[in-house]
Design a protein around this ligand. Structure first.
Ligand code: CUA
Length: 166
């Protein structure tokens, strides 16, 4: 005797239901994080020539620093470099509390990192690419940033700070 009806063991069926529910949960969590909370993976903003990005007068990184776009909105052009010294240019930025700052970071030499303490900003800085991320500073204080990619003997002294004034 045989039946055409497919038999699925209760134990197996429970695991199939459990797997399907988990997939839906994960997809929901990713969607809420990406579209509801704005958590997104940084992508290259643009490509630049690392040989001239720091010297070309038409390149914003030849004069790195803050630009006020509108009230409370800033663009910060930051150069992360190992030659001649391991450093960020500029090393320090000051903005008033509540400011929204878009960071455009690139490197003329080797790969660096850029992580800002107490924010979700943490990305690689790759020669030839521009990494961009926007951070809103709602609390006054000093937000240190550091290099998170080993870039040579001066890696450990590669840091700076964003001062958010009341
Ligand atoms: Cu720059 Cu490590």
């Amino acid at each position: 005797m045989s039946t055409n009806k497919l038999h699925i063991d209760a134990y197996e069926r429970n695991w199939m239901v459990f797997s399907a529910v988990m997939l839906v949960l994960f997809a929901t969590a990713v969607s809420v994080a990406a579209f509801g909370m704005g958590i997104q993976v940084p992508a290259p903003e643009q490509r630049v020539d690392p040989r001239t990005v720091a010297t070309d007068p038409n390149s914003p990184w030849s004069n790195p620093g803050l630009r006020e776009i509108s009230t409370g909105k800033y663009d910060a052009y930051i150069l992360a470099r190992a030659i001649p010294n391991w450093e960020y240019l500029p090393k320090e930025l000051t903005v008033p509390v509540g400011s929204s700052v878009s960071f455009y970071v690139t490197s003329p030499d080797v790969q660096h990192g850029f992580k800002i303490q107490d924010t979700n900003a943490n990305f690689m800085v790759i020669p030839g690419q521009v990494s961009k991320l926007t951070v809103t500073f709602d609390e006054p204080g000093t937000y240190n940033f550091i290099c998170t990619e080993y870039c040579g003997s001066g890696h450990g002294v590669m840091y700076g700070a964003i001062i958010v004034t009341p």
